[in-house]
Design a protein around this ligand. Structure first.
Ligand code: PEP
Ligand code: MG
Length: 581
């Protein structure tokens, strides 16, 4: 058997094919003095206009091929073309030093992206990559360079150091079998786009990836995060079979995505979506979501100069609630902090933003911002099935304070004589281990729980989810995390409360028997994961699931749990295959 490289699975699926090394030349501009700075200013403007038109074209194409959320990356990139600070810097350089537009643009954008990188924040590092992407686009136009340096003549596995969003979508989709990068994390733009395009991806494979020769045969396992080099016949056959199975499962699941997920013994399990905006909510309906289990409201507050007004928030929340009709919509109050900065809030930098003023801790200190959001939510929720959920609750006091705020918002609306949702249900995210450990106390004060395994795993395992070198430790299959999930569900059920789970874990079909067996009432996931998870639930009986969960909880580590659940899944696939023969 040949060698293998391991990284992090960023988009599921199997691909088999030859390597294509994607190495794009980075353009640079020499310092050139000019006689007529005005002509350079005009050339800059023309290039910016052309770049804007290209980005709009990419946005439209991506929206069609991958979805609105992914297309929004190019909208965000286009904003850099109008960034007043950046443009001011570039135009003054042309004016004051009589240099070419290309040189001034190159200098200005390099300075800008270095500044973002220096802040040592994963979110801003991603924005720096966007600036570099846009910078190269404009520079190529100014220097009249042909950027179509990708000559993909056969279907191939794209191997690169890292990929920008432009690289990812400008590669001819029908020729790309998979993406593999030496760097990057599972939440990088390229990874998100790969997932949306339905192409497997493995990131963080390390620099030895870049020694692979063009044309070398590989197998990409996007689920396991593996790249198998020069596989032998046996391995090729084994993976080829798995690939066929997966694709037939996906088509079957999609054909039934609008039917409910009813287990073999007749239990209907609620399958809902995680969304961040109106476009996502539309996609959720398209994939058969029965409601929204997590509306992340951060999108309304980031990348802008001031907080959204009450009216603006009401309009957006209402649009989503109307789209969902009477289906349940769980809206999470603002979950920002040092890791997702909003400049107008003027938050101090923190050494450990994930352990700092985040989520409810922050909104409890920003009374006006919190009150405005709560009033907007209560107003928009009138005559809809709205539930309000607080993020990052770690003790009873925070929850009690949040409930006092909610009551104050109700009273303010009452005093104004406004219509609002009077009997809205209230919940919390259980994503800090302390909240899981005191779930029976917290359950006495709320109607619903939603377990946030993305954070629960990182806090339980003390491994930051954004740090590629430890991210694999923050694994929700770890028994420590599973015990916390079990405790939370048991405590909530004892008080007659229902429990959802809205971390990425809920969208992993491998976890479905385990979570069902632990008694989870609602699975909330990214819209595209819905069909396959519904299908996985339909194959189970509650009793089998309970046995599976009970056994999984006796296992010693995440790998053993995953291996056990894989064996369960394979047996179930085999049974399903036999039934269809
Ligand atoms: C979670 O922590 O699991 C979660 C769903 O919230 P977010 O990913 O937005 O932190
Ligand atoms: Mg969270």
């Amino acid at each position: 058997m040949g060698e293998q490289l391991s990284g992090l699975g960023a988009s599921p699926g199997i691909a088999i094919g030859p390597v294509f090394r994607y190495e794009k030349q980075r353009l640079r501009a020499e310092k050139v003095f000019v006689e007529a700075p005005d002509a350079e200013q005009a050339a800059l403007q023309t290039a910016l206009d052309q770049a804007a038109a290209e980005l709009e074209e990419l946005r439209a194409r991506t929206a069609q091929e991958a979805g609105a959320e992914e297309a929004a990356i190019f909208e965000a990139q286009a904003l850099f073309l109008e960034d007043p600070e950046l443009l001011q810097q570039v135009t003054s350089l042309i004016e004051e030093e009589s240099v070419s537009a290309a040189y001034a643009w190159d200098q200005g954008t390099q300075y800008y992206s270095e500044m973002l990188r220096a802040l040592d924040d994963p979110y801003l590092a991603q924005r720096a990559l966007d600036v570099e992407d846009v910078a190269q686009r404009v520079l190529a136009i100014l220097q009249d360079e042909d950027r179509s340096d990708m000559r993909l003549l056969q279907r191939a596995v794209i191997v690169a150091q890292d990929l920008t969003p432009s690289d990812t979508v400008s590669l001819p989709k029908e020729m790309v079998l998979a993406f593999c990068t030496a760097e990057g994390g599972p939440t990088s733009h390229a990874a998100i786009l790969a997932k949306a395009l339905g192409v497997p991806a493995v990131v963080g494979l390390g620099s030895s990836l870049l020694t692979l020769e063009n044309g070398a045969q590989v197998i990409v396992d996007g689920d396991a995060g593996l790249l198998l080099l020069e596989p032998d016949e046996e391995l090729l056959q084994q993976y080829g079979e798995r690939r066929r199975e997966l694709s037939s499962l996906r088509s079957k699941a999609e054909a039934r995505s609008h039917e409910p997920a009813v287990t073999r013994d007749g239990v209907a399990v609620e399958v809902v979506a995680n969304v961040a905006n109106v476009a996502d909510a539309e996609e959720a309906l398209q994939y058969g979501a029965e409601g929204i289990g997590l509306l992340r409201t951060e999108f309304l507050f980031l990348n802008r100069d001031e907080a959204p007004s009450e009216e603006e928030q009401v309009a957006v929340y209402r649009e989503i609630l109307q789209l969902m009709g009477q289906r349940p919509v769980v809206v999470r109050t603002l979950d920002i902090g040092g890791d997702k900065p909003a400049p107008y809030l003027d938050l101090p930098a923190e050494d450990n933003p994930f352990l700092g003023q985040r989520g409810i801790r922050l909104t409890l200190c920003l009374e006006e911002l919190f009150q405005t959001q709560l009033r907007a939510l209560l107003r928009a929720g009138h005559s809809h099935n709205l539930k309000i959920m607080f993020p990052m609750v770690s003790n009873l006091n925070e929850l009690q304070q949040a409930l006092v705020h909610l009551q104050a918002a109700r009273e303010a609306l009452e005093a104004r004589g406004r219509a609002y949702a009077k009997d809205v249900e209230v919940g919390i995210m259980v994503e800090v281990p302390s909240a899981a450990l005191i779930a029976s106390v917290l359950a006495q004060h709320v109607d619903v729980f939603s377990i946030g395994t993305n954070d629960l795993a990182q806090y339980t395992m003390a491994a930051a989810r954004t740090n590629a070198s430890v991210a694999s430790l923050a694994n929700p299959f770890h028994p420590a995390v599973l015990h916390l999930i079990e405790m939370t569900i048991a405590a909530a059920h004892e008080q007659g409360r229902w429990v959802g789970l809205c971390g990425e874990f809920a969208g992993n079909p491998l976890a479905a028997p385990l979570l069902l067996g632990l008694g989870l009432d609602e699975f909330s996931m990214s819209p595209r994961a819905i069909p396959v998870v519904k299908e996985a639930l339909r194959r189970l009986s509650s009793e089998d699931a309970r046995d599976i969960a009970r056994h999984a909880l006796t296992l010693p580590d995440a790998d053993t749990v995953e291996a056990y659940l894989k064996s369960v899944q394979e047996a179930s696939n085999e049974r399903a295959g036999k039934c269809h023969q």
